[in-house]
Design a protein around this ligand. Structure first.
Ligand code: CP3
Length: 389
């Protein structure tokens, strides 16, 4: 074989992508974000956006007239795959997150749910021991959510090493809040959660424990099916005070993450809590650093430099452009804010992993041109010569 033919074959195999298990057989390098998440030195900072697959994209909105319900779109693997790939093809993001929801495994636990087009969630709540015993159960993920396994496997095959496939779960407090409230707790200040945790903490713990075991299995199923990184959302844990957090959020975050790690030590885990009364300005970062997650996804209410000082050096940071800045622009402001994050992240002499992202999900009315500009700005960013000094 001539040198030219060999080179041609290498290029051909790289551009064709590889089957799902190729990275473990050593045929090719792992994708950028996965390597960064593992703490390897990488050629540039990877970037993606929470909620990137969804309402802000015209391609998604067009699809909703053909497939009208959220559950249909997220529970049919072909449609979910198409939606998951929309931001990858449009912006070249470094991660493809499966199009699904944190609520998706609930029916397999005995909790049916509906999401209206306006995003309103309806669940028949669990508020008594009788309801808990009669309705909630352990899940068998293999038979309960086959569409999730299928979409993850298909995404790995389609994307190859061009991007990292991200799976995700809702952590027990946040999922439990939907189960107890029967809707989003944001609507009434988590009133039912507060009541149950005072009047019957034992029942609340039983609900949280069962959810823990279920979503741990569910995360492992996602990893076996093709997810290369798992993001754990405890979005609403910032709405409870330090005492409740230490009882009803932190122990379950630790348990879920340590069990996934025990079963899949090489899969990086990211944890995220949304801005809430008790989590803004980095108020829960110290606790998040105790969960065993490899990376903390910080919200936009904390300055990156402040976060860096709270989060221990061995824990990576994801984030944290303000989604409203991305939505409202102008482009110059998006560039300036993004470069400010880079400048602060670069001062980490320890070489801590950084994944660029937003501080919360992309706003549904964000112009696609702004999202495209943000991704391009990150991917083309040239570090100043003396960065890191
Ligand atoms: O936003 C967060 O804090 C992330 C955690 C979270 C997800 N779903 C992850 C998600 C939460 C809290 C939910 C619940 C949920 N699901 C809500 C919020 C309701 C409330 O309490 O106010 C809503 C509106 C849904 C329904 C839903 N899920 C829609 C409309 C979409 C499409 C994306 C969009 O926002 O347009 C989803 C997808 C979804 N939810 C993803 C994830 C990780 C997958 C896609 C992605 O991240 O790109």
């Amino acid at each position: 074989m001539t040198r030219t033919t060999a080179l041609f074959l290498i290029i051909l195999s790289l551009s064709a992508g590889f089957p799902a298990d190729a990275s473990s057989t050593g045929h090719t390098a792992d994708p950028l974000l996965l390597r960064a998440a593992r703490g390897e030195t990488v050629e540039r900072t990877p970037v993606w956006m929470m909620r990137q697959a969804g309402r802000h994209m015209k391609a998604y909105r067009d699809l909703t007239s053909r497939y009208p319900t959220f559950r249909q779109r997220s529970e049919t693997s072909e449609i979910s795959k198409e939606i998951s790939l929309q931001p990858f093809f449009a912006y070249g993001v470094d991660a493809v997150i499966m199009f699904s929801d944190i609520l998706t495994p609930l029916p397999a636990m005995g909790i049916e749910f509906e999401i209206s087009e306006g995003g309103k969630i309806i669940i028949e709540p669990i508020r008594s021991s009788e309801e808990f015993t009669a309705r909630m159960k352990r899940i068998d993920v293999e038979t309960a959510c086959p569409f999730v396994g299928k979409v993850l496997g298909d995404l790995r095959e389609e994307v190859g090493n061009r991007a990292t496939i991200i799976g995700f779960i809702g952590l027990p407090f946040t999922l439990g809040s939907y189960v107890v409230e029967g809707q989003t707790g944001l609507a009434n200040g988590f009133a039912q959660v507060r009541r149950l945790s005072r009047e019957n903490p034992k029942l609340f713990h039983s609900i949280l424990s069962l959810i823990s075991d279920n979503i741990t299995d569910y995360a492992c199923y996602q990893i076996m099916s093709g997810a290369q990184v798992i993001q754990c959302f405890d979005s609403w844990a910032g709405h409870i005070d330090a005492d409740d957090y230490s009882q009803f959020a932190l122990p379950y975050q630790k348990k879920v993450i340590s069990t996934i790690k025990k079963r899949h030590p090489d899969t990086p885990i990211i944890i995220y809590v949304a801005p809430g009364k008790f989590s803004t300005d980095g108020k829960r970062l110290a606790e998040l650093a105790m969960t065993g997650a490899d990376i903390i996804s910080i919200d936009h209410t904390v300055d990156f430099a402040t976060a860096r000082n709270i989060v221990p050096d061995h824990v990576g940071i994801q984030g944290n452009l303000d989604p409203k800045v991305l939505r409202d622009g102008p482009l110059e402001k998006i560039r300036e804010r993004t470069e400010r994050i880079f400048a602060q992240a670069d001062r980490d002499a320890c070489g801590r992993p950084h994944i660029m992202n937003l501080g919360h999900g992309i706003e549904p009315d964000t112009p696609e041109a702004n999202a495209a500009f943000f991704i391009k700005t990150v991917q083309e960013y040239q570090r100043p010569i003396n960065a890191g000094k």
